[in-house]
Design a protein around this ligand. Sequence first.
Ligand code: HAM
Length: 420
Amino acid sequence: MVKFTRPTGTQDILPEEQPYWDHVLACVAAVARDYGFARIDIPIFETTEVFARGVGAGTDIVDKEMYSFKDKGGNDITLRPEFTAGVMRAYIENGMHVLPKPIKLYSTGPVFRYERPQAGRYRQLYQFNAEIIGEQNPLADLEIMLIAWDIYAKLEFANLSFQLNTTGCPVCRPGYIEHLRAHYRTHYSQICDDCKLRLDKNPLRVLDCKREQCQPVIAAAPKISDYVCDDCATHFADLRTYLDDLGKPYTINHRLVRGLDYYTKTVFEVWAEGIGAQSAVCGGGRYDGLIELLGGAPTPGVGFAAGIERAVLLLKAQNIPVPLPPSPPVFIAYLGDAARRHAVRLLVHLHQAGFGAQIAMSGSLKSQLRQADKRGARLALLIGEDEIAQGGVTLRDMASGEQESVPLGNLVDAIQQRLV
Ligand code: HAM
């Protein structure tokens, strides 16, 4: 018989993992609401062109990592490798430009990238994504970064570092790229084959090459912040002033270029230790040309996405406890067939009264009480012949072992009193 396994790079999130996920997702949604973000859900798949144009042909995501296929109608479809391009498509398609700006939207859900799996890197991953549309002021960049800060503060993470850079704009970036290429041409024999290809296809990416041989060339490379136009330089300086005023620590990282083509001006990431080689827990930046590129009116935007798996890994790596979901507090145990029928009626009655309750399915009274204990019940209701004859139940406090008889008519009040 064939033994089925989950596809490489995917995870089964088992019940014992769920409290971590619940905690992270509750935290990101609470922060998003605190900052006035509204939720938007978009399809898990889009027309391939949305990503080819939005994220950019020539990026690793588009060239190597997309799950693309033709559907039965012959349409080119891609499972979303990120949210931003799809959210902008939805913004344009739904005429959201008429809404008061800035428009603040957040989403959560799975995205798909055919990457080489390793610790903290999956092919199906889950993102929290936030976008501010229609605001040019660096205050929007700041707010996006503050959301990331607040999420990780709320999750009580320690030792995070904010990496910040500017990537210029269509006015100044081409000039910088020429300087970068010129520098690389003089060191051509020293660089890896991938960087030789990147120089043609996606030159900024040479700056985040991890190969040993490329490191001296990267270290001596011209810095984009020295080449940006006045508009980009002012934007970057204003953002840094906001951050400095607030005392938020960040590192200017001239090598931070990010793997998506739509970025203009600000880019940032948050890095953490303890999640394998994949140190970015979130990343984002400004994309002032994206909406126009996808067919909308020129509209600025800035946003970020955080990987939920990496946040979960970090909670575990930093031994941060998460709240456990409460177990149903009441467990119903019984002895004999007649008592079982009473027990079932009682179960329905308690659920209608708004209590979490479970019923034993089988076993001796002793083993039923063991089940009650394992399932974290605070109260057990015991029903046997005597209880049926007296029209009541025996109510047992699972912690102290104390028992008392309670007439059925008083049961709801008695449970309520003991659960406060
Ligand atoms: P990204 O940097 O490609 O940005 O992904 C954001 C976050 O998703 C990463 O920092 C990481 O936590 C998580 N992530 C990415 N790939 C994987 C993977 N293979 N396995 C596990 N986690 C992963 C974006 O997606 C942009 N759309 C962010 C953005 C929004 N920029 C502007 N608005």
